[in-house]
Write a protein that binds this ligand. Structure first.
Ligand SMILES: C[S@@+](CC[C@H](N)C(=O)[O-])C[C@H]1O[C@@H](n2cnc3c(N)ncnc32)[C@H](O)[C@@H]1O
Length: 266
């Protein structure tokens, strides 16, 4: 609607946290691949609401862990946690912030929001201290109807016109194949590495719950670009079309492939 502000910070810690247990599984798997950095420095890129940053800090035995995020709302929640000494939260953009030299750069479910992964990984690698590690997890479910239907609806009137100046793109266009990440690590001089794809699966109460899931993540790029009324209409149309594809199923078995990648450098 004319005159109404769009919500540029569309992240909502409560909504994102609804599926906290499910979203935690890949985090735990990625942490398990990392080597502890006793007394070292960790940077958690796209730290979100911070709970996992604190767990990462403890698991790695770090002296200092910096959570970086560009969402004020997520950071407000993180700062309200009462994090232990050594953990701090900083506002900044992964794509442009100067990062402090780290023993571990860690990114769980955040790098898919950044363009140009080859250049990004090279930049991250350059900020690592000797013997440093880079670890990230990115979704690989961009071909699932939960994602595709959103872009089909975005191409319909009136949404196409409302999004024309800054159209969101399916972030799967930026996520590389697992083998390409392994090649990047090799090209950047990794001395040890592991890249793997895991199909996580979540038994949701019903197919309608998929809408709640993606509202916490993928749909933020539509919420941030549309005024509230247009976003509400977009969401209603998305729900209708998605359930048309998935059926009204209870419970719903939601498959969720993810790429996990870890490397250590000289
Ligand atoms: C799906 S959440 C993951 C949060 C946390 N890592 C976790 O695993 O719970 C993605 C987070 O990345 C942040 N993010 C997205 N793009 C970013 C960017 N360019 N710079 C900094 N943070 C970004 C979002 O604000 C959001 O908090």
């Amino acid at each position: 609607m004319e005159g109404q502000m769009t919500n540029t910070d569309a992240w909502d810690p409560a909504r994102y946290g609804t599926f906290g247990a499910e979203r935690r599984q890949p985090f735990d798997d990625l942490v398990a691949a990392c080597r502890a950095v006793p007394g070292g420095t960790v940077v958690d890129l796209g730290c979100g609401a911070g709970e996992l940053t604190v767990d990462l800090h403890t698991a790695m035995g770090a002296a200092r862990t910096v959570g970086l995020d560009r969402s004020t709302r997520m950071l407000d929640q993180a700062r309200a946690l009462g994090a232990p000494e050594g953990v701090e939260f900083v506002e900044g953009d992964i794509a442009t912030s100067t990062l402090l030299p780290a023993d571990l750069l860690f990114a769980n479910a955040s790098l898919q929001w950044i363009d140009g992964h080859r250049e990004l990984l090279a930049r991250l690698r350059a900020t690592l201290r000797p013997g440093g590690q880079l670890a990230f997890q990115v979704p690989a479910n961009f071909g699932h109807p939960s994602h595709l239907v959103a872009f089909e609806v975005a191409a319909e009137a009136p949404f196409a016109a409302a999004l024309a100046d800054d159209p969101p793109k399916n972030r799967g266009e930026e996520v590389l194949q697992p083998a390409a990440y392994a090649q990047c690590f090799y090209d950047l001089g990794a001395t040890d590495q592991r890249v793997w794809l895991t199909v996580y699966h979540h038994l949701l109460a019903s197919s309608a719950a998929v809408v709640d899931w993606v509202e916490g993540t993928m749909l933020t790029q539509f919420r941030s670009r549309l005024d509230p009324d247009t976003y509400a209409a977009f969401l209603a149309r998305y729900r209708e079309r998605l359930l048309g594809v998935l059926g009204d199923v209870a419970p719903y078995f939601y498959t969720y492939p993810r790429i996990l990648a870890w490397a250590r450098f000289a």
